[in-house]
Design a protein around this ligand. Structure first.
Ligand code: FES
Length: 162
């Protein structure tokens, strides 16, 4: 799917590396390994270098995003209202660090600076929903709202008696 992207670039032009990474990430939401290999071949730089650039800039991600993106504001107004504790509570509740995605792919946590809702600080954005003036105690309830039942807990098909 991403191969058409290469048509707008010159092969073996190293200056295309970052724009190509951006284009690929726009397609998939992250940088899949096979796409990084294709970029490496196309631009003519070793795969290790492509990985080096992809991991150096925090605009790039090497893993897919979860179904729900939680953006935790760490801007000044939210910082003053203890957003560090909110972030810590989310990390411990989900068992991941900021920038990571849960194993079941349900949640990704991202840290952002001011999301323009300082009057309701501390604030988190889950997908397109603002949750303002939250406390650590609100976290489980908020997560529950977005959580879907794990596949293993879904009702199994009734067995057909023979
Ligand atoms: S600082 Fe958090 S919304 Fe502005």
């Amino acid at each position: 799917m991403h191969k058409q992207i290469f048509e707008s670039y010159q092969p073996l032009d190293r200056s295309s590396l970052i724009p190509l990474l951006q284009d690929i990430q726009n397609i998939y939401g992250y940088l899949p390994e096979n796409a990084l290999r294709d970029i490496s071949d196309f631009v003519g730089v070793p795969l290790s270098r492509v990985y080096g650039v992809a991991t150096f800039y925090n605009q790039f991600r090497l893993t897919p995003l979860g179904e729900n993106i939680i953006r935790v504001c760490r801007g000044t107004a939210c910082h003053v209202k203890n957003s560090a504790n909110i972030l810590y509570a989310l990390e411990s509740e989900l068992g991941i660090k900021a920038g990571e995605t849960t194993r079941d792919k349900q949640f990704t946590i991202e840290v952002v600076n001011c999301i323009g809702a300082c009057s309701i600080a501390p604030v988190i954005l889950v997908n397109d929903d603002y949750h303002g003036r939250i406390t650590v105690k609100d976290i489980p309830k908020i997560l529950k709202k977005y959580q879907t039942a794990p596949a293993s807990k879904k009702p199994e098909k009734a067995e057909v008696a023979e």
